[in-house]
Design a protein around this ligand. Sequence first.
Ligand code: SAH
Length: 236
Amino acid sequence: MNERRFFVKNVEETTVVSGEEFRHAVSVLRIGKGDEVVLCDNTRTEYPGTVLAVDKASFTVRVNGKRENKKEATADVTLLCGYLKGDKTEYSVQKAVELGARRIIVFRSEHCAAYMNENKLARLNKVSVEAAKQCGRSIAPQVEYFGDFADALAATDAKNKLFACEFATETTFDLHALRGSTAVVIGPEGGFSEKEARLAAAAGYATISLGKRILRADTAAVTMLSVVMWELGELQ
Ligand code: SAH
């Protein structure tokens, strides 16, 4: 069975876990006194501990030590993706976390058909935490939202900036030579406008074509991240 991992803001010798993490622990995992758990504080360090007590709205963990999490990617990869309809963005976030992305930015662009709100963003962050736990990570990337495409493009200082463009006729970046921090941009269902493609080029993004067929946005996100993670040595 997977280790039972919980994300908290700060880990102390005695740590109280409350809120969503508590509810999940009690209702799904049936956590009890004496159980072994692992606490994560969104760093590469994780903390094994023992449950001291379970109360009505929280449980208390005595931390027994700390160790480096070995599942985090070494590569620093950011996904920027257009906000999608229904639960499609949740899928992209889940897969991005599994594939080891460090940062996830969701943006609104010209051909976006969906509207973000606080609850939906909270839901995406919950998906990130669940995915991180499931694949044994100690960092659940925070999902950030940008209502302006240009702001989203400017929000990363990654060394390599890649723009997946469905109407590009060629790829202007040698992916086999990829090294260092990398950001990948994927459009919404409606794709990008010519103007947005020009904006990305002006912001230093190289154009990537994923071939002859138009992929759905969620497929494109998984494909781009897989290729990038592979080239950075993370999937080997
Ligand atoms: N509605 C658009 C397709 C959008 S696909 C149309 O019919 O043309 C959603 C996003 O996935 C695109 O904006 C792009 O970022 C990515 N994508 C899909 N297929 C791609 C391809 N062949 N090459 C590069 N990017 C692609």
